[in-house]
Design a protein around this ligand. Structure first.
Ligand SMILES: Cc1ncc(COP(=O)(O)O)c(C=O)c1O
Length: 386
């Protein structure tokens, strides 16, 4: 254990130490955290549904009907009418024949990739893909190659020089730490040219982009043929918890038979499924939430660029400000906290070395006043260093 103490000390010295805060209020812009009132710009609750009264009520009613826990895996007797109905609604929402619930997005990515791919197969992943896609690739024992971020030329030359086995191209739809979109139309074409399956992890696009929040694929007008495997999470724009995979009947049946993170785990509580059915409906119907987000994003970008802040190429609610060093990102985050604002510093290995950043995210419930407070606080950061 002494080794661990030394390693932890090294982490602290490199400004890479991570610690948790304790929230004492629901997820919402104005939160009580560690005994302080803070204005938060860091959650993934983009549509402001995590504490929506109808969603909370549905969870309460779901618990009253099904109890607190599901008590077993889906393949034993933990799969309820609530899960089943949600899967059907998610299939309809994504315009795919079937959908399958997983307990988390992390588990969905591990389960899908390791069920479909194995030794002798090839997986191509964007360098900036979420850790769970990368870990799924590693777990599968297939050959894992990473192409330059959103660079089709880099992917194509890797595809060109590979041979044999099944081929999977996996990408985030919206990159979680950068907020930019994967070039999905071109990726879909390349995947088809090389007889590869395209898998899109749309954790940050669903609910936010496209008509009715149909996500990045819907934003680009793409469907099942272009990207046969779609993974979505429920703990972000939909405000609850869990994840799903949507695709063909044979994909879903294969996952039910072979995805170990689906088979060997307890089904998520039915109350969560009931709450998600309501939040999915609200997310689809209340397009004012997406419009509000777009307004906030546009005003933020105008304000931040007139302050000369180093914005990234993002039109989504993920609006990072590049700091460079971890020490600088932490210093900025602390300065903002001193002004009553919570914006998290994202550091390596979550992002590449030298690209630590503030990850600012917006929520449809942020008010104009909240945005002004953020911009005022950011204005004070100029010229300050660690
Ligand atoms: C792109 C992406 N994929 C997958 C996940 C994992 O989803 P979950 O939090 O449901 O495990 C996340 C974030 O958590 C993510 O940002």
């Amino acid at each position: 254990m002494k080794r661990l103490v030394e390693e932890l000390d090294l982490r602290r010295e490199a400004s890479l130490y991570r610690s948790r805060r304790v929230a004492e209020s629901p997820q919402q812009p104005e939160m009580r955290i560690d005994g302080r009132r803070l204005l938060a710009f860091c959650s993934n609750d983009y549509l402001g549904l995590a504490n929506h009264p109808d969603v909370v009520r549905a969870m309460q009613q779901g618990a009253a009907e099904y109890g607190a826990g599901s008590g077993a895996a889906h393949l034993i007797n933990g799969h309820t009418a609530a899960h089943h109905a949600l899967e059907e609604e998610l299939a309809e929402f994504t315009a795919r024949p079937r959908a399958l619930l997983f307990s988390t997005g992390y588990m969905a990515n591990l389960g899908v990739i390791s069920a479909l791919m194995g030794r002798g197969d090839r997986i191509y992943e964007d360098r900036l893909n979420h850790a769970s896609l990368i870990d799924g690739g590693l777990l599968s024992r297939a050959k894992l190659l990473r192409y330059q971020h959103a660079e089709l030329g880099s992917l194509q030359s890797q595809l060109e020089s590979g041979s044999g086995g099944r081929v999977l191209v996996a990408t985030d739809g919206v990159f979680s730490m950068d907020g930019d979109l994967a070039p999905l139309p071109a990726l879909g074409r390349l995947a088809q040219d090389y007889h590869a399956w395209l898998m899109v992890d749309d954790a940050h696009g669903l609910g936010v982009l496209g008509a009715e929040g149909g996500g990045t694929l819907s934003h680009f007008g793409l469907g099942l043929e272009d990207a046969p495997i779609l993974m979505g999470t429920l703990g972000k724009a939909f405000g609850t918890f869990g994840a799903f995979v949507a695709g063909s009947d044979e994909l879903i049946e294969t996952l039910i038979q072979q995805a170990r993170s689906y088979i060997y785990t307890t089904a998520l509580p039915s109350a969560v499924a009931e709450a998600t059915r309501v939040s999915l409906r609200i997310a689809r119907q209340e397009s004012w939430r997406r419009e509000r987000l777009n307004k906030l994003i546009q005003r933020f970008r105008e304000g931040a660029s007139s302050l000369g802040l180093p914005l990234m190429d993002s039109l989504t609610p993920i609006q990072p400000i590049l700091a460079g060093s971890s020490a600088q990102a932490i210093a900025w985050s602390r300065q903002l906290e001193g002004k009553g604002m919570l914006v998290s510093a994202i550091r390596p290995p979550t992002v590449p070395d030298g690209s630590a950043r503030l990850r600012i995210t917006f929520n449809a419930n942020h008010s104009d006043r909240h945005l002004e407070r953020l911009l005022d606080a950011l204005a004070g950061l100029r010229g300050e260093s660690a």
